[in-house]
Design a protein around this ligand. Structure first.
Ligand SMILES: C[S@@+](CC[C@H](N)C(=O)[O-])C[C@H]1O[C@@H](n2cnc3c(N)ncnc32)[C@H](O)[C@@H]1O
Length: 209
């Protein structure tokens, strides 16, 4: 991905400021579930989507769409609407994003049920799991339930990519998640630290393909 789609991405544009405001509102409403004070930057989005080549038989499944900071770049990556499924827990965010990005297939649901939700969608195999959930601040039982879902996709051959903020990298839930993945799928492929994100973050990728 080289350029950001113009409509959504110009830094300082009213659209972006509106998105930041919506994100902040969602954070204030539910800080632990949102887990970040700002949406992902275009630089983090680019790293999350690096080398993705989805199609209708090998779709991208995005968990935790938020205000669509990564989703808007996915518009340029997917060849068709049926190559993507997005899941977001907050119904208000889903309603907003369905207005701003009607071309994307985004539904309201819990990532702890991600596998069955995907099955019900009738879409193709999940080849890429783009997971944007704030594992550090989620309750342990929710994180464990989501990880169990990830395991189900991984057992069918999949690439899972997450991001972790640098400041939380050594907190127990972040370490626990990496340990869970490492013992099953080996060491992650970790990106450079993406400084141009608030806060700076790494992406981590595991693959069973
Ligand atoms: C850190 S934000 C990331 C948003 C966006 N993808 C980005 O990168 O800017 C995490 C998002 O995950 C959502 N979320 C939290 N728990 C969830 C769950 N169990 N199922 C689905 N979405 C969830 C939150 O509502 C929030 O929008």
């Amino acid at each position: 991905m080289t350029t950001a789609p113009g409509l959504h991405s110009a830094a300082g544009s009213p659209l972006l400021m509106n998105e930041n405001l919506k994100f902040l509102q969602a954070f204030l409403k539910n800080p632990l579930k949102v887990g970040a004070i700002a949406p992902s930057s275009p630089e983090l989005a680019a790293e999350m989507l690096r080398d993705l080549k989805p199609d209708e038989e090998n779709i991208v499944y995005e968990l935790g769409v938020g205000t669509g900071a990564i989703t808007r770049f996915l518009c340029d990556v997917i060849p068709s609407r049926e190559s993507y499924l997005g899941l977001e827990l907050d119904p208000e965010l889903v309603a907003n994003i369905n207005i701003s990005m009607p071309e994307m297939n985004i539904i309201c649901g819990n990532a702890a049920e991600a596998y069955d939700i995907h099955k019900r969608s009738g879409l193709g195999k999940v080849r890429y799991l783009i997971c944007c959930l704030p594992f550090v601040s989620l309750p342990k039982n929710v994180s464990e339930a989501v990880l169990a879902e990830i395991e189900r996709f991984m057992s069918e051959g999949c690439e899972t990519r997450i991001f972790q903020y640098a400041h939380g990298y050594y907190l127990p839930p972040a370490v626990r998640l990496r340990e869970f993945m490492r013992t099953r799928y080996g060491r992650s492929k970790r990106s450079q630290l993406i400084l141009n994100n608030l806060p700076p973050a790494y992406t981590l990728t595991w693959s069973t393909l």
